[in-house]
Design a protein around this ligand. Structure first.
Ligand SMILES: Cc1cc2nc3c(=O)[nH]c(=O)nc-3n(C[C@H](O)[C@H](O)[C@H](O)COP(=O)(O)O)c2cc1C
Length: 362
């Protein structure tokens, strides 16, 4: 690794930081970042959104959250050498983040061991509640600019599960998501460097085979949806059951409206601290971002689908989510996820090798 990265112009120590940091999560494992050496001890991280995320990243909200997660991961990884990452965000709007490192004599972050271990677990988890002490630790991890709203108890989790399943009807029945699902799932795989392996999706093996067959053409999906309630069982297995079988759902909320790219990046950094802290407490986690993303579209009147009926439905659902969380302002809702105790995922997304993420000349 050291020989290879030296040719890319950075020290082996800095390459080791990026080796760990590249495990940051991104929507559908699209890894919208590239690295460029500015000097042996200095890099620039570039935001390069993947077309694959399509309808889920129209306003770049998901992409910028992932960038925030990566920048937070770089700072945490830098602590392995006692360094602090000095990240310039003046060019965030252009998708450029120059980063230097200062020797801060800092102790290794307690979150460092979890950069690679943290993973998405989409299957049902234990319904055992989180303790008050665990929730306080998680709340503290997001910093003063954010807060966490908890959804706990069977009744509230069931109500949220029904809402999630309703949003998933939008997700599973509009043509705009077809190419995203076809291209971002690695069909027949347990691990994937650049996609989500299908074994990591929370459905039973028979349904997975039907989904795999259907995903070969939009007409098959449309036929199943129209005549055989094709979206029904997936929504029960992917939304309703996981929603009930978890310790709690958590909505990360910004204290102020997120109006700039930098604000969303800060949200991504808080999200990554929350997720890594959960991993350090032995909790499994799964993001549930479709309602946040579609609610943002509804609030901004973004025509995310050609199906007018589903646009109206999404707008109605966004109102219900706002009522549920008691906050009508989708400019502050940052990240929705569920936590619970249980076995780690047997199938997970891996990452592209560092060499594939380098830009040598631009
Ligand atoms: C901004 C963002 C949105 C995400 N949304 C979802 C989601 O709605 N549902 C889901 O199951 N996973 C979601 N994920 C999880 C990613 O699919 C996952 O992090 C990625 O595939 C890498 O896998 P890993 O987390 O197991 O390392 C999201 C991740 C990020 C960063």
């Amino acid at each position: 690794m050291a020989t290879e990265t030296r040719t890319q112009g950075v020290t082996p120590e800095l390459a080791a930081v990026l080796e760990r940091a590249r495990w940051a999560p991104s929507g559908d494992n699209t890894q919208p970042w590239r690295f460029r050496a500015l000097g042996a001890d200095e890099i620039e991280v570039l935001y390069r959104p993947s077309d694959a995320l399509g309808v889920f990243n129209l306003d770049h909200f998901a992409g910028h959250l992932a960038m925030g997660a990566l920048l937070e991961s770089i700072d945490i990884a830098a602590s392995m050498h006692g360094w602090r990452a000095v990240i310039a965000t003046d060019h965030a709007g252009e998708g450029r983040f120059p980063i230097g490192f200062e020797a801060a004599g800092r102790a290794a972050s307690p979150l460092l061991p979890f950069l690679q271990e943290r993973a998405t677990q989409r299957r049902p988890l234990s319904p055992k509640r989180l303790t008050g002490a665990q929730k306080r630790i998680l709340e503290a991890s997001v910093g003063a600019a954010f807060s966490v709203e908890w959804v706990e108890g069977a009744g509230a989790k069931a109500r949220l599960g029904v809402l999630l399943a309703r949003v998933d009807k939008v997700r599973l029945t509009i043509p705009e998501t077809f190419a995203v699902h076809r291209d971002t799932v690695a069909w027949g795989a347990r691990f994937s460097e650049d996609r989500i392996p299908d074994a990591a999706i929370a459905v039973d093996p028979l349904l997975l085979r039907v989904m795999r067959w259907a995903m070969q053409s939009w007409s098959r999906v449309h036929f199943l949806n129209r005549y055989l309630w094709g979206h029904g069982l997936p929504r029960v297995e992917m939304d309703l059951l996981p929603s009930l079988f978890c310790g709690a759902h958590a909505l990360l909320v910004s204290q102020t409206p997120m109006s700039s790219v930098g604000d969303v990046i800060a949200g991504g950094r808080a999200m990554q601290r929350l997720w890594l802290t959960a991993a350090s407490l032995g909790l499994q986690a799964q993001p549930e971002m479709a309602p946040v993303i579609f609610s943002r579209y509804a609030a901004g009147a973004t025509a995310f689908t050609e199906v007018a009926e589903q646009r109206l439905y999404a707008a109605a659902l966004s109102g219900r989510f706002a009522d549920f969380f008691g906050a009508g302002n989708w400019t502050q809702a940052t990240f929705l996820m569920r936590f619970g105790f249980g076995a780690p995922a047997q199938s997970r997304s891996l990452r592209k090798p560092l060499s594939d993420l380098w830009i040598s000349d631009e």
